[in-house]
Design a protein around this ligand. Structure first.
Ligand SMILES: NC(=O)c1ccc[n+]([C@@H]2O[C@H](COP(=O)([O-])OP(=O)(O)OC[C@H]3O[C@@H](n4cnc5c(N)ncnc54)[C@H](O)[C@@H]3O)[C@@H](O)[C@H]2O)c1
Length: 450
């Protein structure tokens, strides 16, 4: 059965179904279709489907617009609410979100739903590839579900876990050149997968021997980043007390050609990966009567950094007899992306609001229609703040201080101008991106420095 699928894939006759057309699934679907596969992009969000149907991309997706329009014109990429039955073999890529578990949903709820939907329309010889980041034991749990549908995984049905490693807007490392790790249920499925990942990353795949290894690798990679981000941020707090510049420390330390990797201070890690995936490891530790203290501490530090930043802002405003009004610039979790999930900017807004500050929020990617979504994604029921549309002189004059959380490329010039032309009384730079200028009358405070 799987041998027949291998023939289909070689002839590009298999139907590919990508579940979840978000940050991970959408570019993947475009790339597979560009590789000549017939792809159905499936999503449960009707608004997303209708926008894509109308070739309407988000600002941060415009970099693949040409490829997208090409595959749309060639009829290689269509959009559906649900999977279909096909005569030829089907391949499912599961790219749905895997949130932190709550009372209502487990982290794997959406993965399970998508897999069950696929199984309703599948047959022997079909293959499922999970790309979502999942906790330990999830692949085996999904294997059991597939077997309950009457298939023999590894014999007449293929199952893989190939976690996505994409770093959105990274100019050097992208979908095409990032090597991937993969668990495959059997050798034939691996040969199928090698063909499918040819147009994705030239099939640069490192096969591991068990699903648990692949699951732990993914969480460990992100735990490595979380721990180092928390480490450098805590070092930043110490450097402030010592009256030295943490950036000078890092830049000196990175002259060591081995055993050191530089991380830079920020208002903390956000997004749907770094503060989330390490929890899979600490959860696994708890289940095995262990405590993963490094991760637990790093998560706590990550939560504390926005509070530290608010303390510094409050202290500086008080010392300078300034009104407690702050414009938080950069609400997404990293520069040049529109993803607002679990973002330090929202944590700072919330904390300042709690302290009765007048607060404004600005982000060039902020879409006022999505405010409810942003609140949910930041675990907030409500948050009243003034939404600033543009960094005009008039808008910023309402505030004593700009807190720079993310320095989006399209705002860099304006932020520097605000500082150089002394358009505001104070700037608190969480990233250390603004260069001190003696001629500016704006008080510049930098996390990890003063
Ligand atoms: N965003 C990143 O940079 C990144 C990087 C590496 C790994 N990941 C992982 O990849 C996974 C997806 O993340 P994302 O950022 O693309 O999420 P996302 O929220 O941007 O997209 C998920 C999409 O899945 C859809 N969906 C939910 N249930 C569905 C179902 N049953 N069928 C079809 N569609 C369904 C949602 O409507 C949404 O559009 C997560 O596990 C994440 O941790 C994300």
């Amino acid at each position: 059965m799987l041998e027949k699928t291998l023939d289909d894939v070689n002839l590009k006759k298999s139907q590919v179904e990508v579940f979840g057309l978000g940050y991970v699934g959408f570019p993947l679907a475009v790339r597979l279709a560009n590789g000549g596969f017939t792809v159905s992009g499936i999503d449960v969000n009707p608004e997303r489907l209708s926008r894509l149907e109308n070739n309407n991309l988000n600002e941060t997706e415009l970099n693949i617009k040409k490829e997208f329009l090409h595959v749309r014109n060639e009829n290689l990429l269509t959009f559906l609410e649900k999977p279909n039955k096909y005569e030829n073999s089907k391949i499912a890529f599961i790219c749905v979100h895997t949130p932190i578990a709550t009372e209502d949903v487990d982290s794997d709820t959406y993965v399970k739903n998508a897999i069950e939907q696929f199984l309703e329309t599948s047959k022997k010889g079909d293959v499922i590839i999970i790309e979502s980041s999942i906790g330990g034991g999830t692949t085996e749990k999904m294997q059991k579900i597939i077997q309950d549908f009457g298939y023999n995984v590894g014999k007449d049905f293929g199952l893989c876990f190939c976690p996505e490693r994409i770093d959105p807007q990274n100019k050097k490392w992208n979908l095409e050149n990032i090597p991937r790790i993969i668990y495959c249920s059997d050798d034939t499925t691996f040969r199928i997968i090698q063909k499918l990942y040819q147009p994705i990353n030239h099939a640069h795949l490192h096969r591991v021997s068990s699903p648990k290894i692949a699951e732990v690798v993914k969480s460990y990679e992100n735990a490595f980043r979380l721990v180092n981000i928390s480490l450098v941020n805590e070092l930043g707090i110490l450097c402030e007390r010592l009256g030295i510049d943490v950036k000078e420390v890092i830049n000196a330390a990175k002259t060591k050609p081995f055993g050191f990797m530089p991380f830079y201070p920020s208002a903390g890690a956000g997004g749907h990966c770094i503060p989330k995936d390490p929890r899979f490891l600490s959860h696994a530790a708890t289940q095995n009567n262990l405590k993963f203290s490094t991760i637990e501490n790093a998560l706590q530090i990550n939560l504390d950094i926005p509070k530290h930043i608010c303390n510094k802002i409050e202290e500086n405003l008080e010392n300078n007899n300034m009104e407690k009004s702050v414009l938080v610039c950069g609400l997404s979790y990293k520069p040049d992306v529109g993803d607002m999930r679990d973002s330090p900017g929202f944590k700072i807004l919330k904390e300042l609001k709690k302290r009765k500050f007048k607060v404004g929020g600005y982000d060039p990617y902020f879409n006022p229609k999505l405010i409810e979504k942003y609140l949910t994604e930041n675990f907030l029921k409500e948050l009243e703040f003034e939404k600033v549309e543009k960094l005009t002189d008039e808008e910023i004059s309402e505030f004593s201080c700009v807190c720079l959380v993310q320095n989006h490329s399209i705002d860099k010039f304006r932020i520097n101008e605000i500082y150089e032309k002394s358009k505001i009384k104070m700037i608190y730079d969480c990233l250390g991106k603004i260069e001190f200028k003696t001629e500016s009358k704006t008080i510049l405070k930098t996390f990890g420095k003063n």
